[in-house]
Design a protein around this ligand. Structure first.
Ligand code: RB5
Length: 147
């Protein structure tokens, strides 16, 4: 599975830690679209870069990070085809896969520590979509894009 990851300046260190956690998974290829320094950048630009890879099919999933995770998740969810879940706990991360088939995970580098963030990534990577009634609901979410 290929994953595209990106962060603004508020989560550069968390991005490195998430990449360390992703390296635990065999067969997972990671593409990092930046940013790579703490110089200020605009999180919508990062969301756009990461999500472009999901929409084009280059990557199956994405991880977006900013200071709070809020701005970058809002931006990601403006892009057609993206279901971005802002998760700061393991339960939500699992449910975002099982119930919502989230294809992008968001977290905030100024909100969460490395340990909990790593557990969230592990849970998100290993939980499958539940399908069935959840599929009907996700289809309804996606239909909202065309209304
Ligand atoms: C950048 O200062 C900050 O606004 C950003 O990282 C994020 O928290 C926005 O939601």
């Amino acid at each position: 599975m290929k994953i595209t990851i990106g962060s603004d300046h508020g989560a550069v260190e968390l991005k490195e830690e998430v990449k360390n956690v992703l390296a635990e998974f065999e067969g997972v290829e990671v593409k990092d679209v930046g940013t790579f320094t703490t110089d200020s950048v605009d999180y919508p630009d990062i969301a756009e870069k990461v999500c472009a890879d999901i929409v084009s099919g280059e990557s199956e999933r994405g991880i977006v990070l900013c200071g709070t995770g809020i701005g970058i998740s809002i931006a990601a969810n403006k892009i057609k085809g993206i279901r971005c879940a802002l998760c700061h706990d393991v339960f939500s991360a699992k449910k975002s896969r099982e119930h919502n088939n989230a294809n992008v995970l968001a977290m905030g580098g100024r909100v969460i520590g490395f340990g909990p963030a790593g557990e969230i990534v592990r849970a998100w990577m290993t939980t499958e979509f539940g399908g069935d009634r959840h599929e009907r609901r996700v289809n309804k979410i996606m239909a909202l894009e065309n209304k």
